[in-house]
Design a protein around this ligand. Sequence first.
Ligand SMILES: *Cc1c(COP(=O)(O)O)cnc(C)c1O
Length: 398
Amino acid sequence: MFSDKDIAHFSKLETPFYYYDLDLLQRTLSACRAAASPHGFHVHYAMKANFNASVLKKIEALGFGADCVSGNEVKKAIEIGFDPKKVVFAGVGKSDKEINEALDLDIFCFNVESVQELEVINELAEKKGKKAKVAIRINPNVDAYTHANITTGLDENKFGVNSWDLPACAEILNISTSLDFVGIHFHIGSQITNLDVYKNLCVKVNEFSNWFEDHGLKVSVLNVGGGLGIDYHHPDNQIPDFESYFKIFATFLTVRTDQEVHFELGRALVGQSASLISKVLYVKTGKKKNFIILDAGMTELMRPALYHAYHQIENISPRLAVDGSQASRPQATSADHINYDVVGPICESTDCFGKEIALPQTFRNDLIAIRSAGAYGEVMASHYNLREDVRVVTSDSY
Ligand SMILES: *Cc1c(COP(=O)(O)O)cnc(C)c1O
């Protein structure tokens, strides 16, 4: 929901740009923290969702840790001010350089995704005379019931160590001199909206935790990853239900008093806090289809092209505000709406934000908001077609 002041300001700016609502971000983070603290849960922010510096600073200031998936993310997190003791590093393909740099920075732990990686980390740590803290990322074979391209916890996925490789991990952990086993890690997918999925995950976490302890390895940390989804169909219904989410883990996980539970939320913390604001370049009316051609494309927001992701599209032009109030703008269900395919300028047919979207009759230079674009939006921008750097406007800048 944008105020008339926001829209008046947007009209003066060069488009396209990401608009960040930092107040909403703050409220979302506070809600998450308030829901996690009664249970003593630790939350690491999955910074691949959005590594815009103003976003990261807010998240760090509230005491969250950082979940990183590249050496550069580890370095950036620490540069921003995240405590290295709250930085975890996952990823199926950590290079020797990335491992060495993270060892030098004394991060909290490596989430190790294969038997071979465990051996390599042991070797590299040994060369430095250090002990690397490691958690084993286990692929629990739990279906996340989300889009196939963002499922990560099934046997056919590349992520994590499969159950049949765990004896080999336990053997290495028991004999290696440069590894310090801290616990087990899971991350089964993204945009998970069916919370029952997490009950199934808890059952597996309990089983694997027992398995490690039976093999002489003390599990201090149960890291259950992230993946909590947001409601892309109701961008104004903005703050995810963190309470119900954490309650599932509090209910179904078996946790001893000497164990910590860690989470890695990305999308749920930042997703609703941004919109991509774009201008209509052209309207093409055809026999079968009407097209709205925007000045934003898959180079600014790739999710629709990458995995058919849905984002709500709104015409927010000032001319639609009849008496100046938000409520007076025509709603997307009105009978006088026209169906448009909303597309970008990039030379790819997948450069399409939505098909058959009902909008009020739309004209050249109208302002269009593509909502819920705070996660996996700006960070996935590219220079394909030699596009300009993506612009960003924050709510505290006017
Ligand atoms: C991407 C990722 C997350 C965060 O996923 P969201 O769906 O954004 O919550 C957490 N942990 C790991 C290891 C990841 O790769």
